[in-house]
Design a binder for this molecule. Structure first.
Ligand code: SF4
Length: 422
């Protein structure tokens, strides 16, 4: 039974109270949001989740961090270290995108140790296993796709990216669109190739009810992936992206009819001036389902600093109504992230999320800033450190150059403007 069904049968009091308490809203607000499909609580029935969270309208913007192996770097221990860094930095959810090593075992370990909702992209496992059998992406077997989805759902995965909107029609639109960057989503590219070579419909779209059966059975939240998302500014908001979004909007309604929780993924790369209108329009198209943004990165040229380009876009997107933002690390577009990168990525995304929450008027968001400013004005360094967004960074930076007068800092020393006012 999904949480939607539990609520309809008045059996989800404990879960609702936890989320309402975290968000400082009433249980009725959460219940209403879930029933409308505007709030989701990604939690598989087979998971004991220490820190569940709600995602959606009126709640704090949540931050997801992607980890996972690649064929070149496939250490389970190191991925667990990365997961712990994401959690230490304050990620609300983690996705395991492993494509190297024993993927099932890696996921099993991550699920065992991860206290927050865990997401995956099952088509990656399908592709890896297809390759492992000496075949190509175009040989992926629909039965295999659904068996991997069921295996992961049974294992306890809380939310899954499924690229149901890459269809024969949307791929046709894409092929007519003169894109600079083409397809940049791994899952999207697998399915577009498969559709083209087999002249067949995407099984995730064609057999969407079969997907809903699995999601309903385990209460897996479907994250409808944007397989045709723009991968550069020039392609932002093009016909292919919008065509896919419209398909996803329709699937949102079909999921709701089955009491299946659903969120929708969005871009990608997008010029800053398009973000606000895009998010508002997208929320209409997807019937106010939670909107999960993979960025957007506001410039293409800052490789090495894409946690910053993502945070700029993420702050604008979330302030315009996006509910969930996926971090980007400084390693984006260059290599697999290391644990230092994931930490920085989460912190940057949390800054974006919190800045947006203040703008959105999320309950109590600005209270944190007001409290911090009170201690800054009082030159109380201990209290500032305690409630800083990253207390460790606060301590280490201040400790690098201590002033003679411990009340001030070395920026202005005896000319401290705040001290003079006292
Ligand atoms: S020394 Fe300057 S920067 Fe430091 S607390 Fe005082 S006014 Fe602020």
């Amino acid at each position: 039974m999904t949480i939607v069904e539990l609520i309809k049968n008045e059996k989800a009091k404990k879960e609702i109270d936890v989320i309402a308490g975290q968000e400082k809203v009433t249980p009725e607000f959460i219940i209403n949001g879930i029933l409308l499909g505007e709030i989701t609580v990604p939690k598989n029935i087979n998971r004991q989740l220490k820190n569940p969270c709600g995602v959606g309208s009126g709640l704090k913007t949540k931050v997801n961090a992607n980890i996972g192996t690649s064929p070149d770097c496939a250490s389970i221990d190191y991925e667990l270290e990365k997961m712990n860094e994401c959690l230490r930095a304050g990620a609300d959810a983690v996705m395991d995108l492993s494509t190297g090593g024993n993927i099932t075992k890696i996921r099993e370990n991550i699920l065992k140790h991860c206290p927050v909702p865990l997401g995956t992209v099952p088509i990656y496992q399908v592709a890896c296993e297809t390759f492992g059998r000496g075949k190509k992406i175009i040989d992926m077997d629909p039965k295999h796709i659904f068996s991997v989805i069921e295996e992961q759902a049974q294992q306890g995965v809380d939310f899954m990216t499924v690229h149901c909107g890459v269809t024969k029609k949307t791929v046709e639109v894409l092929n007519r669109t003169k894109r600079l960057g083409g397809i940049v989503s791994r899952g999207g590219s697998f399915l577009a190739k498969w559709i083209g070579s087999n002249d067949a419909e995407n099984p995730l779209y064609e057999q969407f009810d079969r997907l809903l059966d699995i999601a309903e059975k385990y209460d897996v939240t479907l994250s409808l992936g944007d397989g045709l998302r723009p991968g550069c500014l020039k392609d932002a908001s093009d016909a292919a992206q919008i065509a896919e979004l419209k398909v996803l909007g329709d699937l949102v309604l079909r999921a709701r009819e089955r009491n299946v929780q659903v969120i929708v993924e969005g871009p990608g790369h997008m010029p800053l001036n398009q973000i606000e209108s895009h998010v508002k329009e997208a929320k209409k198209i997807i019937h106010d389902a939670p909107y999960y943004l993979l960025g957007p990165l506001v410039t293409d040229v800052a490789a090495g600093y894409d946690h910053i380009t993502c945070a700029i876009g993420g702050a604008i997107a979330a302030s315009a109504g996006a509910d969930f933002i996926c971090y980007v690390t400084p390693a984006e577009h260059l290599r697999l992230p290391k644990k230092e990168d994931v930490y920085l990525g989460v912190i940057a995304a949390r800054i974006a999320a919190h800045a947006a929450d203040i703008a959105k008027g999320v309950p109590n968001a600005q209270k944190w800033d007001d409290e911090f400013s009170k201690w800054r004005k009082a030159l109380n360094w201990e209290e500032q450190q305690k409630i800083a967004l990253d207390p460790e960074k606060f301590k280490s930076e201040r400790g690098k150059l201590l002033p003679n007068d411990p009340n001030v800092c070395t920026m202005c020393s005896q000319y401290c403007a705040i001290k003079e006012e006292k």
